[in-house]
Design a binder for this molecule. Structure first.
Ligand code: HDD
Length: 677
């Protein structure tokens, strides 16, 4: 962790450590008894004058605040951002000028649909919200891991969310879109087609927050010190690549470890494996605004990376966990309208509406207009204005003057000219009639949905078909099923026909698309593939091949893979040559679904029960296309399970070659060639 993190220094003033201290009330009076309330007689009623009881109970009664209406389930971490080069030519944003300058950041990842206690590996978009504490004020990049959105106009957001959330009459299902109202909304709001394709793809079940892309979604503007503007789109690219779970695995993890994603993020930071994301921008010149076959202001459209390349402009490293989840992760308030000079908005009607909604929601959630004073939300630069009072005001503004303009305080706080860093809105020329309508340029809902479909590899296409078949298969309304199938016939007839057959509705005859274009950048097949931080479960029984296993484990660690021992009981497992290993998990506490790969070692003395448990783990890992390695008795185990060498299964008695092949198989992430299509 960098010592010069200004946000960390600021937060330090608010941190407190209660250990080894005397207990007091909130008024500072020392407490002599905390187990018994004050009573009139040992068996008598509690007395009103028990101020300690009253205070303790009242505080407890008020501990909960409303959860976020969307993105309630989230987890966050601190870090730093550093640009690769000066972006002076196109933006005057101070934090993007100097490659030696580090800016503190706070990132909150989230699911959208479920409530605060819901499972984390559900099928859903993920929020990816970053607060940059810049020297010119806070800049919030409030994005998702999907680059497009369901709707084009913010006025539909309450409808979308009402349809997406658990149904109001029975509050089901939790953390899932597989229900009638969601799909009814989709079929009747067809601008959602593109985002639905992403939501049905593997992108919606990420392996880790560390392995997802992030997108600002909207088109924003960069403005330089000459007042010239460019259109831009924001991207976060994970250094570890973009990787996903398998749907069956994701559902099982929801039960086995509902905290899977936060655990993964928290532990990787605790272990010093700091998650890294490169910040990228796509840039379009003002004069090229109308050169595309889509409207660049439409938030249901991407700018294909092959047409508008992503320029990587810096890197973010997450290097510190929060000290207190409520104080930091829960109370952080993001807002797409928190911008700094050099970054500006466009007329995207979804963005425009968001600019209203976020402050409004914080007023109810955080209880008033002073949420910017909460430690996590405070800018690291000074802030001065004439705003005063309100619930929970912490700042003590001195003096009688709280108005502009004034003479009594020399007309201060004074406004700043643009040269002094004053924010100046980009002077875009606007004219038109007041209308409530969709622009004609926003009316093509299907071309990019087909572009996405065309860009998928065969396994990815198969997963999309299965996801649609799962979701629609859960509906009770046949009419909605039919409407959705008919809608997606406009994206791909192959997709719609297969889904129709799977869910038993009329197979569409007509449809299809004449879009043949594809964008390789959209396929996860083409992502970074690295073995780093992958978890390998090493299945070991008493009497294992001692030195061999330890040398394989050492070699795996060298490749930055993380082996963890699974056995039938916790404690020491002894090898043939006296070698000892400590079991991290048993077959009860560990689970095949919680590992990226398995290494079967076994032993000659493994009993039947051990073998049965190990076989269950191995078969499940195989079914989830995970790399599996085996040596010695482990090979026999696998053969018993009917699993043979090849397709990500590595048997090799030569240890050096074994490690090399196994690490390569781990880097590959999943071995889809096992899939029977
Ligand atoms: Fe939103 C939260 C991202 C459209 C209204 N949104 C929220 C969060 C993220 C996003 C990441 C969680 C922030 C956190 O971790 O605290 N939202 C998006 C993206 C959108 C989007 C990428 C489309 C491009 N959102 C959107 C619209 C509206 C909202 C159109 C309303 C007009 N979003 C909200 C909200 C939330 C929110 C209700 C809930 C909690 C909060 O803001 O602070 O105001």
């Amino acid at each position: 962790m960098s010592d010069e993190n200004r946000k960390n220094e600021q937060l330090e003033q608010f941190r407190t450590d209660d250990r080894n201290k005397k207990m007091t009330t909130n008024q500072g009076t020392k407490v002599s008894e905390d187990e018994f309330s004050l009573k009139a007689g040992e068996r008598g009623p509690t007395l009103m004058e028990d101020f300690h009881f009253r205070e303790k109970m009242t505080h407890f009664d008020h501990e909960r605040i409303p959860e976020r209406i969307v993105h309630a389930r989230g987890f966050a971490a601190h870090g730093e951002f550093q640009p690769y080069e000066s972006m002076k030519e196109i933006t005057k944003a101070d934090f993007l000028q100097d490659p030696s300058k580090k800016t503190p950041v706070f990132v909150r990842f989230s699911t959208v649909q479920g409530s605060k206690g819901s499972a984390e590996t559900v099928r859903d978009a993920r929020g990816f919200a970053t607060k940059f504490y810049t020297d010119e004020g806070n800049f919030d990049l409030v994005g998702n891991n999907i680059p497009v959105f369901f709707i084009q106009d913010a006025i539909k957001f309450p409808d979308l969310v009402h349809a997406l959330k658990p149904e109001p009459h029975n509050e089901m299902p939790q953390g899932a879109t597989a229900h009638d109202t969601f799909w009814d909304f989709i079929a009747n709001n067809q601008e959602s087609a593109h985002m639905v394709m992403w939501a049905m793809s593997d992108r919606a079940i990420p392996r880790s927050f560390r392995m997802m892309e992030g997108f600002g979604v909207h088109t924003f503007r960069f403005v330089n010190d000459k007042g010239e503007a460019h259109f831009i789109k924001w991207h976060w690219k994970p250094v570890l690549g973009t990787h996903s779970l398998v749907w069956d695995e994701a559902q099982k993890i929801s039960g086995k470890d509902p905290d899977f994603h936060r655990g993964d993020l928290y532990n990787s930071i605790e272990n010093g494996d700091y998650p890294e994301f490169e910040l990228g921008v796509q840039i379009i010149k003002e004069e090229d605004e109308f050169k595309f076959d889509f409207d660049i202001l439409d938030p249901t459209k991407i700018w294909p990376e092959e047409d508008v390349p992503v320029k990587k402009i810096g890197k973010m490293t997450l290097n510190r966990n929060v000290d207190n989840v409520f104080a930091e992760t829960e109370q952080v308030a993001f807002h797409p309208g928190h911008v700094v000079p050099g970054i500006d908005f466009t007329n995207d009607p979804l963005l425009q509406g968001r600019l209203f909604s976020y402050t409004d929601t914080q007023l109810i959630r955080l209880g008033g207009p002073n949420f910017h004073e909460l430690p996590i939300n405070r800018p690291v630069c000074p802030f001065h204005n004439n705003q005063r009072d309100g619930y929970g005001r912490m700042t003590i503004n001195k003096g009688p003057v709280a108005y502009h303009k004034n003479s009594m305080a020399d007309n201060t706080p004074e406004t700043a000219a643009p040269e002094e860093g004053g924010f100046e809105h980009y002077q875009e020329k606007v004219e038109g009639k007041k209308v409530r309508k969709r622009s004609d340029s926003f009316k093509d809902h299907f071309s990019q949905a087909t572009l996405f479909w065309n860009s998928m590899s065969d396994p990815e296409k198969e997963h999309i078909k299965e996801a649609f078949s799962f979701e629609l298969g859960k509906l009770s309304s046949e009419s909605v099923q039919q409407q959705v199938v008919d809608m997606f016939a406009n994206v791909s007839l192959e997709l719609a026909r297969e889904v129709a057959q799977n869910v038993g509705v009329k197979v569409p005859e007509e449809g299809g698309s004449n879009v043949t274009k594809s964008s390789p950048a959209l396929s996860q097949e083409n992502t970074n593939k690295l073995p780093h931080t992958r978890k390998v479960g090493v299945i070991v029984a008493e009497g294992f091949h001692g030195s061999e296993v330890t040398s394989v484990m050492e070699a795996l660690k060298k490749a930055e893979v993380e082996p963890e021992i699974i056995s039938d009981k916790l404690g020491t497992v002894k090898g043939t040559d006296g070698e000892e290993l400590e079991a991290d998990h048993t077959f009860l506490t560990g689970e095949s679904v919680l590992f990226d790969a398995l290494y079967a070692v076994g032993s000659t003395s493994a009993d039947k029960k051990f073998q049965q448990n190990a076989l269950y783990f191995l078969k499940e890992a195989f079914a989830h296309y995970k790399p599996i390695g085996a040596t010695h008795e482990g090979v026999d185990l696998l053969k018993k399970a009917g699993i043979d060498d090849g397709l990500g299964v590595v048997f090799n008695d030569d240890l050096k070659s074994f490690v090399k092949e196994f690490v390569a198989a781990i880097a590959e992430h999943r071995h889809w060639d096992r899939e029977i299509v």
